[in-house]
Design a protein around this ligand. Structure first.
Ligand SMILES: Cc1ncc(COP(=O)(O)O)c(C=O)c1O
Length: 358
């Protein structure tokens, strides 16, 4: 096993005479082992590990200059939206948020200033699917980077670099680490010059992760494929259970043939993932709150992607930083519940949902 190098600095025999490691903000052996693993599972050449998913995104945005424009999806993770609009808008970056499952709407926003398209698919929490290859195709002849937040699908279900994206990003806090005990972010790229610039930003801005968290994420990655298989199986069973339940109005899960982007999900993902969202009958807010309060095996908590099942109320939790009107326009209504389905016995999970839903 790679040792946990709980080390900030490294002995030199003469100034500059070292064995590849000088100071741990720049390089650390445990983090380096993780970065190699991240590159490998995304079929990329260069991996970079950060202190959180948002720190990884922050590094991508620092590739840009004032006046540059970014196109992203209108049902983006709330924290990503906050980073874009509350931090980087003040530094002169301009963001456009469009329903990206409709590629024509992306096309309409592209101009000479467009420098980055930020894709999140499946989206959080509406489970929309964005066609990665179609987005790549759209900017093929242009100097526009395509970055994909691969947190929801994980590298097991979807490899954006293989589909032509330039950057893949993870909140490794979620499926990659997988046990709700780490906060960590990742970027993977193929291009040498891009890797050099990201490496520079990683060191210059300094938002790196520590060796213990690198070790835990490495350990999580070893079981990613097995965990994802069970996450997907359990989620499919629960999606069908909720769809047939008389107290549930609508279930958002890309595995349904009736899902508007099912065909794309089927081609770009190996399976449909461990996440789903649903709305109570008549979009009853009180009924939704009652459900999340009554759940026993599903823990009401932020985050996702761990082995234990979680339930969330996006409007007041993960997506509270998005203005209500904008949030509701994309479907994040107050009666929406999001489930991160864990790897427990699915019969126990169904029993829990049965007792929680009237
Ligand atoms: C899709 C997505 N992207 C990015 C993030 C941010 O990652 P982190 O919490 O590790 O900073 C999250 C966190 O919930 C997420 O769900």
């Amino acid at each position: 096993m790679p040792p946990i190098y709980q080390t900030s600095t490294y002995a030199q025999t003469t100034p500059g005479g070292h064995q590849g490691f000088e100071y741990s903000r720049t390089h650390n052996p445990t983090r380096q082992a993780l970065e190699k693993s991240l590159a490998s599972i995304e079929a990329g050449a260069f991996g970079f590990a950060f202190g959180s998913g948002l720190a990884a995104m922050d590094a991508v945005l620092k590739l840009l200059k004032p006046g540059d424009e970014i196109i992203s999806t209108d049902d983006l993770y709330g924290g990503s939206y906050r980073l874009f609009t509350k931090i980087f808008e003040d530094f002169g970056l301009k963001f456009h948020f469009v329903p990206m499952h409709d590629v024509e709407q992306i096309k309409a926003k592209i101009n000479d200033k467009t420098k980055l398209i930020w894709v999140e698919t499946p989206t959080n929490p509406m489970m929309n699917i964005i066609d990665i290859q179609a987005v790549v195709e759209l900017v093929k002849e242009k100097e526009v980077l395509v970055a994909v937040d691969n947190t929801f699908a994980s590298s097991y279900l979807q490899q954006p670099l293989v589909m032509g994206a330039d950057i893949v990003m993870h909140s490794a806090t979620k499926y990659l680490a997988g046990h709700s005990d780490v906060v960590l972010g990742a970027l993977v790229v193929n291009d040498d010059a891009l890797a050099e610039r990201i490496g520079f930003i990683q060191n210059a801005s300094g938002a790196v992760c520590g060796p213990m968290d690198s070790f835990l994420t490495l350990r999580g990655i070893k079981t990613l494929h097995v965990r994802m298989q069970r996450h997907c199986e359990n989620t499919a069973t629960i999606a069908h259970f909720l769809k047939d339940h008389p107290s549930i109005e609508k279930v958002y899960w890309p595995g349904f043939e009736s899902h508007p982007n099912h065909r794309i999900a089927k081609t770009q993902m190996k399976d449909y993932g461990g996440m789903l969202s649903f709305v109570t009958k008549g979009a009853d807010y009180q009924a939704a709150i009652k459900i999340v309060e009554r759940l026993k095996l599903f823990t009401l908590a932020e985050s996702l992607g761990g082995v234990e099942s979680l339930a969330g109320h996006p409007a007041s939790m993960t997506h509270a930083s998005i203005p209500k009107a904008l949030r509701e326009k994309s479907g994040v209504v107050d009666a929406l519940i999001r489930l991160s389905v864990g790897i427990e016995d699915v019969r126990d999970l169904i029993t829990d949902l049965e007792q929680a839903i009237d």
